[in-house]
Design a protein around this ligand. Structure first.
Ligand SMILES: [Zn+2]
Ligand SMILES: [Zn+2]
Length: 346
């Protein structure tokens, strides 16, 4: 069997004809496997959805309980057989509930990574490499310029600035699902124990993370009339809010933004970010390469991001690289700072 007989790129997404099911479809389909809750991967309107319990809960929070015709929760490492195809969900280390999906039939195994990172994240299970014949990877940061420093180094920059400017409010832009909560947990690990303030758009997902037992400490929603009183505090908000009028009502705000894109200084300047923090929930260039090698796959398909660059690298190390350029992904979780609604619904 050829790999494309097991999974094939279609306009709606990666399709498994033997099981008549899609992975992370970008259009409504009868049956879908969902890797994680970011809105470019998890969309409403499918018939049956299989995903981890956490991903299903996140989808219900964002789209309402009726987001799909039916839902089936899959535990990590549980196998689900559909026809002659066996599917297995394995942690991807990206956000709470995120999973890679291994697809196996007739002795051929393809792993769909979804989005992933290799750096430790206190808010989700770590990525587990799965040996496979074909590894389907993202490449959001698939260029040599992208090297993410350790997140604790970036958090220290934030906390140093907070200490240095006690009369100013630090406004930290972060995506509402995953990044915001990871930052909260990392800030706590660094020993900061004051309340953290949040924008309303981050509230429901943060509550969900807390209900899952994650140690985020005391979280308070910003009361608009009390913004002037928040000198010296840290406020976490969606990226779009750091440039809003909303954030200018705090005392002399320091605008910070936590994203892998902050490696590009021009981009930080252009967005008026005073304190760029390079914290990403995606693998950087070195980790993309390391992960590809660890899977042992001879063939690498690249869904989105810097697909051509990564495919080219594959060729230089004797692997067969194929850029799929699937349309519709471009992670809300680490989209470019401009041009995407920041969690309008959550
Ligand atoms: Zn994502
Ligand atoms: Zn994505």
């Amino acid at each position: 069997m050829k790999p494309s007989d097991l999974l094939t790129p279609m306009p709606a997404g990666l399709y498994c004809p033997l099981a008549d099911i899609y992975v992370d479809p970008v259009r409504p389909v009868a049956r879908a496997l969902i890797t994680h809750g970011h809105s470019d991967h998890a969309r409403a309107g499918h018939g049956a959805v299989l995903a981890t319990r956490e991903t299903l809960a996140i989808m219900a929070l964002r789209y309402g309980e009726g987001f799909a015709g039916s839902q089936q929760a899959v535990r990590p490492d549980e196998t689900v057989r559909i026809g002659e195809v066996v599917f297995r969900f394995v942690p991807a280390g990206h956000v709470l509930g995120s999973a890679q999906i291994a697809v196996e039939a007739r002795g051929l195994r393809i792993v769909v990574s979804g989005d992933y990172k290799r750096e430790r994240d206190p808010t989700c299970a770590g990525f587990e490499p799965i040996p496979c014949d074909v590894f389907i990877t993202e490449a959001t940061f698939g260029l040599p310029v992208f090297r993410h420093p350790p997140a604790d180094v970036e958090i220290a920059k934030l906390l140093d600035s907070v200490r240095l400017f006690p009369e100013r409010t630090h406004i930290l832009g972060a995506y509402a699902l995953g990044k915001a909560q990871r930052l909260m947990a990392l800030i706590r690990e660094a020993g900061y124990d004051r309340p953290l303030y949040i924008h309303g758009a981050v509230e429901r997902l943060t509550e969900f993370y807390k209900s899952e037992g994650l140690p985020l400490g005391e979280i308070r929603k910003v009361v608009p009339e009390e913004r002037k009183a928040l000198a010296g505090e840290i406020v976490i908000c969606p990226p779009s809010a750091i440039q809003d009028l909303w954030s200018r009502r705090f005392p002399d705000p320091v605008t910070a933004f936590a994203s892998g894109w902050m490696r590009v200084r021009a981009r930080a300047r252009q967005k008026g970010v005073e304190l760029p923090l390079i914290v990403s929930d995606h693998a950087d260039w070195a980790d993309l390469q390391a992960t590809i090698r660890e899977t042992g796959a001879g063939e690498i398909w690249i869904t989105h991001g810097e697909a051509d660059a990564l495919a080219h690298w594959c060729g230089t190390v004797g692997l067969k690289g194929r850029a799929l350029h699937l349309v519709g992904y471009g992670d809300e979780g680490e989209a470019e700072p401009e041009g995407r609604p920041a969690e309008a619904s959550a």
